[in-house]
Write a protein of this length. Structure first.
Length: 164
């Protein structure tokens, strides 16, 4: 954020305008990404049944002892920073190269940042980057991406706290 401030950027530079319409788009984006996750699971495992009743946690959910307040905090703070960098900055820096290169590069970067989640995590985050990239390119708004990302994190992490 400090480097961005030196360059004269702010979240408004990336299209950070909060509205009910953008929030609704973010909720729809969350549900669209849920469908993408299930499709990826079917393609990678060949099984549709496990997408409905998964056995255990995916290999990229390896956390324990999370509390609900921590999950809420991380589900609010992390998406702002990730979307500002993985979407806002990448699109601002690469948009002159066209839609396809910009979206692909941002999605690849997002996937590589999450490579510690294993192959499934990489593929899932790459797909997330493609989906979010198309939405960002079309709307030039970070807020729907932040809403969807926040809901995704909360949805993925909340069972961890409830099982503890």
């Amino acid at each position: 954020m400090w480097i961005g401030r030196i360059r004269g950027w702010s979240l408004a530079t990336f299209g950070m305008r909060i509205s009910w319409k953008s929030t609704g788009v973010g909720v729809l984006l969350f549900f669209a990404f849920q469908l993408v996750i299930h499709l990826i699971h079917v393609l990678m495992t060949g099984s549709f049944v496990d997408t409905i009743r998964p056995r255990g946690n995916p290999d990229f959910l390896r956390v324990s002892h999370l509390t609900v307040p921590f999950i809420i905090l991380i589900s609010i703070v992390n998406p702002v920073f990730e979307e500002a960098i993985e979407s806002g900055y990448f699109f601002l820096a690469l948009q002159r190269h066209g839609v396809w290169l910009t979206i692909f590069a941002a999605a690849l970067f997002r996937g590589f940042l999450h490579i510690t989640m294993g192959l499934t995590g990489f593929v899932t985050m790459f797909a997330m980057g493609l989906l979010y990239g198309f939405v960002y390119w079309k709307r030039r708004q970070l807020w729907p991406l932040i809403v969807a990302h926040s809901l995704q994190m909360f949805y993925a992490l909340l069972p961890q706290a409830l099982m503890a």
